[in-house]
Design a protein around this ligand. Structure first.
Ligand code: HEM
Length: 243
């Protein structure tokens, strides 16, 4: 596993952390929110430059469920991120002296709507890369041999996170936020800070677990010739190994 690839993963983790910080608008206020959002967009530009070969390979995408789903999810992520970027510029306090007053209530609503969808789609994006991320964790912790006990323990943890996620979706009112309903039930950061981040991570964890195991179920139902070999051995995608 190259050091460059590991650094890329750290940057991906930082982008995910900045996304969560951005969702916690009422914790630190507007300045921190705008700085965190800008840093996240810069990191995501770098992320896509590192993954530029993937974009170039789109015409050669294999016609099998996992690859087509990955393609659809990446485009959904692109659209949600662009919606977030455009609305960020329109409602930015820092940019308001230089822009006409376009950032009304509806734009703010679209901004929040896009932000919560980004959380969900990023979780699907990570669920699709789960075998690779587990490969990295295995490499870093020096695990060489498979163990049925460890696999069972990790599956129990995944199940636990998914169950917490169901509760977190309700606590955060995610259903309303993802369907653009008007709500005034913002998280009270004076009462608890860590709870907000833990609930967001559990909700994202639920989506990752459903994506990963859902795809495994679909793959196992496919005729053998359409099945993809399981990604277990390499922690680093071939694309990243090439550069
Ligand atoms: C906080 C947001 C995001 C996180 C945490 C994240 C995470 C990851 C991770 C861990 C990987 C595999 C390792 C790597 O190549 O760096 C990856 C791959 C990739 N990501 Fe993201 N990503 C995010 C946002 C985005 C966005 C907004 C796009 C594009 C619109 C995108 C496009 C891609 C592409 C094209 C790949 C390569 C796909 C492949 O090899 O199958 N990502 N992402």
């Amino acid at each position: 596993m190259s050091r460059l690839f590991l650094s890329r993963l750290w940057l991906d983790g930082l982008a995910a952390a900045l996304l969560l910080l951005g969702l916690a608008y009422w914790w630190q206020g507007n300045l921190v929110h705008e700085v965190a959002g800008t840093a996240m967009f810069l990191l995501l530009i770098a992320h896509n430059l590192f993954n530029r070969r993937w974009w170039g390979g789109i015409p050669r995408t294999r016609r099998e469920p996992r690859s087509l789903f990955n393609l659809g999810v990446t485009f959904a992520l692109l659209i949600a991120m662009l919606a977030l970027l455009v609305t960020s510029v329109l409602i930015s306090n820092a940019l308001s002296p230089f822009l006409p007053p376009w950032g009304g209530f509806t734009v703010r609503q679209i901004h929040t709507f896009a932000a919560y969808w980004v959380l969900v789609v990023v979780a699907i994006h990570l669920g699709l890369r789960w075998p690779m991320l587990m490969g990295v964790a295995r490499n870093l912790s020096g695990i060489r041999k498979p163990s049925a006990l460890r696999t069972r323990a990790l599956r129990m943890i995944a199940l636990g996170i998914a169950l917490c996620g169901v509760w977190s979706v309700a606590v955060l009112g995610l259903g309303g936020k993802l369907s653009m309903q008007m709500t005034l039930d913002w998280w009270n950061f004076e009462e608890a800070v860590a709870g907000f981040f833990l609930h967001c991570m559990a909700a994202a964890g639920l989506v990752m677990v459903v994506t990963y195991y859902g795809l495994r179920l679909v793959q196992s139902a496919l005729p053998a010739k359409h099945r993809r070999p399981r990604e277990t051995s390499s922690a680093e995608p071939a694309q990243a190994r090439r550069g």
